[in-house]
Design a protein. Structure first.
Ligand SMILES: C[S@@+](CC[C@H](N)C(=O)[O-])C[C@H]1O[C@@H](n2cnc3c(N)ncnc32)[C@H](O)[C@@H]1O
Length: 278
């Protein structure tokens, strides 16, 4: 299913989206509070609020943002002697709902030439990622501390080379199904911002969510499941570290499933088409 939105305007219904789930937990310890006050503003993506996410344009940027530009200036705790910030990044990868950030920080550490954007509304999770960024002096991570859908709607088309949605909140009860992150409209939005051939990686340990996500993805004409054998969905991709929720699932004896979908190449423009006035 493809979206009916105009490619030049953000999703008109974005203002009606509701985020289910926690934004804050226990009070932050002082060192993390300090990171939230000092480091977070320096590595936040330049959308300050939901109002901003709905704005037709930021001054001088046009309606859509090129996420590679978020990495133009050195902005992290890693700024300092010998660190001139991130060189023009080769690709931008996005993680939706990074939890405590262990996967995102590990990926950022092993791919210094990739710019990483992490979206996470839960402040305590953001603070945990900030602590990892600070400890490892990572300069290639940017954070959006809100609902990923608002950010995705502001990104320019074809600008993300990889997207991770690892152990999304399952909302297994049928009456909560509309709260699930993976849904036709989110997949439309992701298909717009993902580059041709970009990977969408999903993991879940919930059988209800698995059926739901597979049905939505297989029905979506822009995505293609690249699994060829059982090991392709039973085993975590070798270059993808485990997350906290994967460890929780395995501790309970549950084996998660790993889905890797590819964004199909967009059709080439038909250069043989006759101009209409001849
Ligand atoms: C079950 S946890 C998984 C965390 C982590 N990915 C892991 O595997 O350990 C799901 C996370 O998604 C976040 N989340 C839920 N809805 C979201 C949304 N619309 N945008 C971004 N993150 C979201 C939640 O705050 C939560 O931290």
């Amino acid at each position: 299913m493809t979206g009916s939105r105009s490619p030049s305007s953000p999703t008109p219904h974005a203002a009606r989206r509701i985020l289910y789930g926690r934004r804050k937990g226990r009070p932050l310890r002082p060192s993390r509070k300090h990171l939230v006050q000092d480091l977070l503003p320096r590595i936040s993506v330049p959308l300050e609020s939901r109002d901003d996410a709905m704005a037709p344009a930021l001054p001088g940027t046009g309606p859509f943002l090129d996420p590679a530009r978020f990495f133009d200036s050195p902005a992290s705790a890693a700024d300092g002697p010998g660190n001139a910030g991130l060189a023009p990044c080769r690709e931008v990868w996005l993680e939706v709902g990074f939890g405590a950030g262990e996967h995102l920080a590990a990926q950022a550490e092993s791919h210094a030439d990739i710019g990483f954007i992490g979206c996470e509304p839960f402040l305590n999770g953001v603070a945990a990622l900030l602590a990892r960024i600070d400890a490892r002096r990572l300069s290639n991570v940017r954070i959006y501390n809100d609902d990923a859908r608002f950010l995705i709607d502001r990104l320019a088309a074809g600008t993300l080379a990889r997207v991770f949605i690892l152990f999304p909140d399952p909302w297994p009860k049928a009456r909560h199904a509309r709260r699930r992150f993976i849904a036709a409209d989110t997949l439309d939005a992701l298909a717009r911002v993902m580059a041709d051939g970009a990977e969408l990686r999903i993991a879940t340990d919930d059988p209800v969510y698995l059926r739901w996500a597979l049905a939505a993805l297989v029905a979506h004409e822009e995505f293609c499941w690249i699994a060829e054998k059982a090991a392709d969905w039973r085993d975590r991709p070798a270059d993808q570290p485990a997350t906290r929720y994967e460890e929780k699932a395995r501790a309970k004896g549950v084996s998660p499933v790993f889905l890797v979908f590819e964004r199909r190449p967009r059709p080439a423009p038909d250069i043989l088409q006759r101009p209409q006035n001849t």
